[in-house]
Design a protein around this ligand. Structure first.
Ligand code: AMP
Length: 400
């Protein structure tokens, strides 16, 4: 994988870097509730400042759809970012930006670090408008993309702008790209993928891509029900996409053809109510009765799957093994996450996981910090698992 790094941008002394970051932080009453995404910005901003440059941060916040929506201003993020960076941060309002363009001079002192107002306040952002990208490009001399989570979208601040300035991946983006390449690009084999979650339909392209790439594919969660149904088993009242029966069979056949072993639950935990602590029973996956819902994989499955992980050198994980938000239906997810964490801690497994629910599930299992790499990107992580080229990454390609 070839992409430019910050060091490829040459001397940054007295230069300004326009840096695309992810500032979609959770806000409560105008204050940042979790600064994880702000922490992720720090390495790149520090690197630019250390190289003698200045930083103007571009980011979107929510979905204002090209309109100025006061509640979606990035201004409340300024004090929280200043605290994380340990230095003053300035803010460029949309009005100041427009005035600057009209006057040709900044109407305010240009601090070392500035946040530009929500890129989605501008109509051309989501249409990848070249004219808007040129306006953003005028803010600096070089462009750095440090927002992997937004790289699946070809927007003015993620794609078009990279064509206008010397461009590179930031520190956080680089770390992410390298980790992902180690997991699916050029992984140590055998490779195992865990794909769980609610529906096959939302991860069809992921499954199709993975069967051609990995040695073991563990299918869990509601998705497994569709496969069990396709194999002719009664899945009772379980979440299931019966119309995808043929699709599930095709994926199974493709896996057979490419030497990928699919693992489905051999035992399951069933309940008749979809709620925490519902009366439940563990039974063979072939014995589910009418009215029962499969809400988790059972202990025999977990034992088998832990054995599969132990045989592998690389793990990619997206999606929980069951309805993990409701105890005790978190058992398989927690147990498998712990097994992966222990193998990673022992240096036997390179483990990469991503997606909002998955990160929450691994955190719930106390396994998150042991994983080699956790991606907080949702859509971008899934598109990467689908094997798709992400436009925001492709734009940083150094043709090397
Ligand atoms: P996803 O966003 O596709 O990764 O799906 C995550 C959601 O799938 C979580 O909210 C889980 O509770 C849900 N889920 C996982 N397994 C099951 C299941 N067997 N039945 C119903 N929901 C499930």
């Amino acid at each position: 994988m070839a992409f430019n790094r910050i060091s490829d941008l040459g001397d940054l002394t007295n230069k300004t870097a326009v840096i695309r970051v992810d500032l979609n932080v959770p806000m409560v009453d105008g204050a940042v509730r979790d600064d994880t995404r702000l922490q992720a910005v720090k390495p790149t901003v520090d690197a630019v400042i250390a190289a003698g440059g200045k930083a103007v941060l571009l980011a979107h916040f929510g979905r204002p759809k090209g309109q100025i929506v006061a509640d979606l201003s990035l201004e409340p993020v300024v004090p929280a970012l200043a605290q994380v960076l340990g230095q003053d941060v300035g803010f460029i309002t949309s009005q100041a930006f427009n005035e600057y363009e009209a006057s040709g001079a900044w109407p305010f002192p240009f601090k070392s670090v500035m946040i530009m107002e929500n890129t989605r306040f501008f109509a051309g952002e989501e249409t990848n408008d070249a004219a808007l990208a040129a306006r953003f490009a005028k803010l600096g001399d070089v462009y750095i993309n440090d927002a992997f989570s937004c790289a699946h979208r070809a927007h003015a601040s993620t794609e078009a702008i990279a064509k206008l300035l010397p461009s590179a991946a930031g520190e956080t983006m680089s770390a992410e790209l390298i980790a992902l390449d180690n997991a699916l690009g050029a992984p140590k084999k055998p490779v195992v993928a865990v794909v769980g979650g609610a529906k096959v339909s939302s991860k069809l392209a992921v499954l199709e891509n993975l069967v051609a790439k990995v040695d073991h594919l563990i299918i869990g969660g509601g998705m497994a029900n569709t496969f069990l149904f396709a194999m002719g088993h009664n899945i009772g009242a379980s979440l299931c996409e019966k119309d995808l029966k043929d699709t599930a069979l095709k994926i199974t056949a493709a896996a057979d053809a490419s030497g990928c072993q699919i693992h489905l639950p051999s035992d399951v935990v069933v309940a008749r109510e979809f709620k925490a602590h519902a009366a439940n029973e563990t039974k063979a996956a072939t014995d589910v009765a009418d009215g029962e819902m499969i809400l988790d994989a059972g202990p025999a499955t977990v034992e088998t799957l832990a054995g599969v992980l132990a045989e592998c050198k690389t793990l990619v994980w997206n999606g929980p093994m069951g309805a993990f938000e409701m105890e005790p239906f978190d058992m398989a997810t927690v147990a498998l996450a712990k097994a992966a964490a222990a193998l990673t801690d022992d240096g036997k497994l390179l483990s990469v996981a991503g997606g909002g629910d998955t990160v929450a599930a691994l955190a719930h299992a106390g396994a998150k910090d042991s994983f080699t790499h956790i991606s907080t990107a949702g859509g971008a992580f899934l598109e990467w698992m689908e094997g798709r080229e992400l436009p925001g990454v492709k734009a940083l390609d150094n043709q090397g």
